[in-house]
Design a protein around this ligand. Structure first.
Ligand SMILES: CC(=O)SCCNC(=O)CCNC(=O)[C@H](O)C(C)(C)COP(=O)(O)OP(=O)(O)OC[C@H]1O[C@@H](n2cnc3c(N)ncnc32)[C@H](O)[C@@H]1OP(=O)(O)O
Ligand SMILES: O=CC(=O)O
Ligand SMILES: [Mg+2]
Length: 545
């Protein structure tokens, strides 16, 4: 079959399979705008990715992350962000979810303030999902989105007062292989941003909302500056008042926690808040400090938000945001509703406890992964926020200063055999789901996405590297991992049933997992090798248009 190639006048090349909806989503005008962005911002993005490697090399060589001396004046200066639009003032509960059509409708109808529509941690970005996701969000913004479940005939449409929509774009590290500019794949982040902005900004502004974005996995204020330039260019290009585009940045990497003031400052016209993306943050703690034997994390299950290094992160984020007039969003408790009433009571108690800690700290809002948790989260946030829209008044000025030592503090706890086996079962099932096109799955009563699964696989890599001993005295080695992987694959087969297991891609997932875990170097993101596999067939099987 011949490769499908659409060439815009501005040299964006579409590669690979044609998927339904593509002709609308990739309109000539949208591609033209994307080409303008690529021309200006694709090369600087590569420079930023190189800077990440440079910084990591310094940390690997013994220089622990710290606040930057060269930006002390920004941290100590007296300035505020430009402002927060009316419909983003109250974000006490936000639901998140991938951009599947049914999920989009359910999320917008949930009893929450905001829906974060996710092209990132919870989406395996196959070309089909990326295109359909854009189409789904456009239909949602237009108010025309509908869906009938072919399995049971259930019909879905929007309620009269849906949640406010924020789109989370892909991280800077991810390419979109189906679109190239001057021979290079486009940054996935620019594709998601440009298409969502282009197709929706008019309708969003017309209804009193706006083009709102979540920006994930930033690692430095220079990356925030890059986004500020993307936004400024876009606003000028479409004759919009500066500051029309609004962003919330996830602070979910260890390097970024040392640059929160600077990130707010760079984006001050466009930013409305920061968010504690705790799962990627834990993963980043492992990854960034991978050469430090005294910072090895214990079982994932015990790395909770009350641990000193995570508490410091949450409190510093709140203090920094509120000083600048920005919202300090909390994160995700990974528990999801259970059918068994006893287990369900435990889930709700865990979620309530987690949200209470966030609300008490002063967070202005929190995340839920499932509509069934909305009432619990809302009740907690209502208790603390009350009739105000948020907790911007909480300054945390009485806290002792939070230091680099606090943020980097080692985490107490044991690495256990049960924890290692659970990590193996979770990681292999998640990788299997991801390469099959599903970026978010329920596993053992928890929501698992790219951030949570990264912790599972990176922990084992770290335990092997540093010769961790498990609670049973066993030394973690590559051989032990291989033995347990084999055993746990049998357990998963037993749990899922032979039909599902044998019809799935578990052998392939196990091979990838083994390669990642036994490699000398820690692979930056599992989604990078995953993406090669995810896109193999769509890139190879094009059809002429
Ligand atoms: C670390 C981070 O980045 S967190 C942010 C990224 N992660 C996420 O966004 C996770 C989002 N959550 C999910 O994807 C899902 O909740 C899952 C995959 C974990 C579980 O989904 P399911 O197995 O479908 O759950 P379940 O069967 O209980 O769903 C019941 C109903 O709730 C809906 N639902 C569940 N979660 C969501 C959600 N997040 N948004 C909208 N609807 C949802 C389902 O679509 C289903 O609808 P239906 O009854 O009309 O068919
Ligand atoms: O994106 C959120 C996270 O916890 O990671
Ligand atoms: Mg994340």
């Amino acid at each position: 079959m011949s490769q499908a190639v659409i060439e815009s006048k501005d040299r964006i090349i579409k590669r690979g399979q044609f998927v339904a909806g593509e002709d609308q989503v990739l309109s000539a005008e949208a591609l033209g705008f994307l080409a303008e962005l690529a021309e200006r911002f694709a090369a600087p993005r590569q420079t930023l990715l190189q800077a990440r490697l440079q910084k990591q090399a310094e940390i690997d060589a013994g220089k622990l992350p710290d606040f930057l001396p060269e930006t002390r004046n920004v941290r100590e200066g007296n300035w505020q962000i430009l402002g927060i639009p009316a419909d983003l003032q109250d974000r006490r509960v936000e639901i998140t979810g991938p951009v599947d059509r049914k999920m989009v409708i359910n999320a917008l109808n949930a009893d929450v303030k905001v829906f974060m529509a996710d092209f990132e941690d919870s989406l395996a970005p196959s070309w089909e999902k990326v295109v359909q996701g854009q189409q789904n969000l456009k239909d949602a913004v237009d108010g025309t989105i509908e869906y009938t479940n072919p399995a049971n005939g259930k019909e879905y449409r929007l309620n009269p007062d849906p949640a406010v929509l924020i789109a989370r774009v892909r991280g800077l590290h991810l390419d979109e292989a189906h679109l190239t500019y001057q021979g290079e794949p486009l940054p996935g982040a620019l594709v998601d941003f440009a298409l969502y902005f282009y197709h929706n900004y008019r309708a969003l502004l017309a209804k009193g909302s706006g083009p709102y974005f979540y920006i994930p996995k930033l690692q430095s204020h220079l990356e925030a500056r890059w986004w500020a330039e993307v936004f400024a260019y876009t606003e000028e290009r479409f004759c919009l008042t500066p500051g029309t585009i609004k962003a919330t940045c996830l602070i979910e990497t260890l390097p970024a926690v040392f640059e929160m003031d600077e990130i707010l400052y760079e984006l001050r016209n466009n930013i409305v808040g920061l968010n504690c993306g705790r799962w990627d943050y834990i993963f980043s703690y492992i990854k960034t400090l991978k050469n430090y034997p005294d910072r090895v994390l214990p079982d994932r299950q015990v790395v909770t938000m009350d641990k000193p290094f995570l508490s410091a992160y949450s409190r510093l984020l709140i203090k920094t945001c509120h000083k600048r007039g920005a919202l300090a969003m909390g994160g995700m408790a990974a528990f999801i509703p259970a059918k068994d009433p006893e287990r369900q009571a435990q889930v709700l108690a865990k979620v309530q406890q987690d949200k209470e800690l966030e609300a008490r700290n002063g967070h202005d809002g929190t995340w839920i992964a499932h509509p069934g948790l909305a009432d619990t989260a809302m009740a907690v946030m209502n208790e603390y926020i009350g009739d105000r829209p948020n907790q911007l008044q909480v300054s945390r000025d009485v806290d002792a200063p939070i230091t680099a030592e606090d943020l980097l503090a080692p985490c107490e706890g044991q690495a256990t055999e049960a924890g290692m086996r659970a990590n193996i079962r979770i990681a292999v099932q998640y990788i299997e789901a991801w390469i099959s096109g599903n970026g978010c799955v329920p596993i053992y009563g928890l929501m698992e996405d790219a951030a949570t699964a990264e912790i599972s696989r990176a922990s084992i890599w770290q335990w092997i590297k540093h010769g961790t001993h498990l609670d049973n005295g066993q030394l973690v080695t590559a051989d032990l991992f291989r033995t347990l992987l084999k055993e746990e694959l049998s357990v998963v087969r037993e749990e899922l049933g032979a039909e599902r297991f044998d019809g799935g891609r578990f052998d392939e997932a196990a091979t990838i997992f083994e390669r990642l875990t036994c490699a000398d170097q820690l692979t930056d993101f599992l989604t990078l090798p995953g993406y090669q596999i995810l896109t193999q067939s769509t890139l190879a099987h094009g059809q002429a248009l």
